[in-house]
Design a binder for this molecule. Sequence first.
Ligand code: GLU
Length: 547
Amino acid sequence: MDYKKLADLLFPNITKTVSYYEETVFPKRDLKEGAVVTRLAPSPTGFIHLGNLYGAFVDERLAHQNGGIFMLRIEDTDDKRKVEGAIETIISSLEYFDLKFDEGVTVNGEIGHYGPYYQSHRAEIYQTVAKYLVEQGRAYPCFCTEEELSEVRKQQEAEKVTPGYYGKWAKDRDLTLEEIEKRLKNKESFVLRFKSMGSEEGRFEIEDAIRGTLSMPENFQDIVLLKSNGIPTYHFAHVVDDHLMRVTHVVRGEEWLSTLPIHYELFKTLGWELPIYCHTAHMMKIDNGVKRKLSKRKDPEMGLGYYMELGYFPAAVREYLLTILNSNFEEWRMANPDSNISEFKFSLNKMSISGALFDLNKLNDISKDVLVKIPVEEIYSFLLDWAKKYKQEIVSNLTEHKDSVIKLLSVGRDGAKPRKDLIYCEQIFDFIKYFFDEYFEIVDPYPQNIDEEEAKKLLKAYLETYDHNDDQTQWFEKIREIAEQNGYAAKPKDYKKNPDMYKGHVGDVSTVIRLAIVGRASSPDVWEIQQILGEKKVRERIKKAAM
Ligand code: GLU
């Protein structure tokens, strides 16, 4: 067979060569020794999930901790999956978590010399490589229809052999040039298939930077390189793009492991150096005591929108992700409590291979630790920006009472054991909303030993003696007096010694007061809160609860 002739027949308009692209258009990058080039390659489906973020974080750390490049390439070869606005969502979601690309697609066009960065704009490049493979006798057109393929499948099932297009089943592998010419003239539609040289029994070894040495079965299937519309499959586009974009590390989910033999054979056939593969583990969660994969359908926390809508702080999510990304991160954090996470040396061999366990409670705990270190002014402005986007109705509350909100957020944060009350914006607003009369409500019940009448009596006494200028000690002394005058122990330990002598203790009395002022049985220091609320509001709230 004259493969050159076949190549010209199939790709009459392709005049460039692979070496033209390799040498002139996409030459080797001029980066310092050891610099890593990574890419995030999402499909524009509009859904960007935690797994993407997890992988993107690996890409970003690998590239940026050593002067490399992190790029965004959009894998938009599947028209059916395209969603309007998806690319903006991808970029803004990653930006939210402070993942910044050096190259590739941006909201204002593309940057970098290795583009286009939309696969849909790279047709000529794929076809050039495809034409080369045809010339080498390693790719051929296949005219099989869906019906023919399903017929083959049925026969393979009956014979109990491996399904697929290979060996004797690869019907169009040996078409003559004349036959091909004839069918092209008839305008029969075809796909371009790879001619595999692998065998079903063969195996090869490959290093995965996360998983170590893998022994894998060879590819022996004549997989599709170009679909009938000339658009490449993932397998072909991955190999061509990652080679020509000079990507050094391919970080992708473990769902791609099973097709790695295809990519391996393609790289070898093209004589190209393989990138370093890094197959990340699935994100898992514990559900009713059972560990399972996080699911887009079942778990709202899988979508990145979840964190943005609730107003999680990017720094907290990043910190948490690092704890599940690298097993030695927490130890490092303990030794370096105030260092920036960029100082942590991220390494691929410290990553989990059995599944990255994602735990919302742990994220929330870490968030509390992270937020306690963020200055309140910064928390306030993040909260305000979040409200402008996701909770418009509270924007004026926050802006008109900026000083008070900042004070409310600050209560209990100083000192050796600061309170860790703040987690994410929605929760933060919930935590301080008692300040605003329209949101104030008493949500917790009075202590068991105090009924409505009794509570009113105590609150009346509180109102009578209330002096907004009392300092904290004077204020609490008065509560003790009220307690004693009404039959409550002034000290909890006295009550514990002789519970029969009292109705309760001073703590019960202050809970009643706390409920009247804050609406909840637990809160930061009530005296401090009263100072922020102001005398008028305090008196009104006590009066209301005492009536
Ligand atoms: N477009 C593929 C995906 O979204 C990319 C996989 C890869 O990173 O190579 O899963």
